[in-house]
Design a binder for this molecule. Sequence first.
Ligand SMILES: [Zn+2]
Length: 252
Amino acid sequence: MLVKSEGIVLKEIRFKDTSKILTIFSKDFGKIHAMAKGAYRPKSQLTGCTQVFGYSDFTFFKGRNFYHINQGDIINSFYDLRENMERLMYGSYILELVEYSIVEEEPNEKLFLLLIKGLNVLSKLEKNFLKFVIAFELKYISFLGYRPYLDKCVVCGRNNYNRVKFSYRQGGIICEKCFETDPYCKKIDRNVIMYLKQLLYSPLDQLESIKIPKDVMSNLHEIMVKYILINIEKDNFNSLKLIETITKNGGI
Ligand SMILES: [Zn+2]
């Protein structure tokens, strides 16, 4: 049976000599695995549409256990992501985040459109990569159903607290009266909460006016990554480990 859907290639694995097995986030079928037979052959028509980051209009033959790519018309190859080291690294992180967290064969158009929007913005970005990434993480985890509660204490609903912490387990800020509900909660400044809210509610291509000090930025990113990992039940992201290594060695 032939089926059609737009999709973004999240991952590719070489299969035998000339084929690839792709992980695709498709608009209509969610995350699927698809065989691209002969994609490595020099004159294959599938070469372009089977590259990681590629966004194409696919036609699949759906077998009993597997999707086979029949044809793919490229909508956007996001080639500019490969032109810049930071774009490529954070782009790879975004794909890994999506690949880890979405369920197979469960469509989610909101997440799909967010991913396209994110890759579009990232492919033109020249600076402030981390600010963009944190804003993406906040929106992404919210669309996945775990929007952090940032207005009031997530446990008791109070908003006139003196001291406040962030609870990864409860999914938001908690006031001093509720600290004991989560022994692992993290001390957090009020301005950090303000930045999180600004990044959550501002469109990805309109982040210029949000000014965040560098040390606060890495703190925000740390909070978000931990919050995401807890909610998607993973230990770490390989792409972030790579970014850390390269950054430490002065690579970027
Ligand atoms: Zn409380």
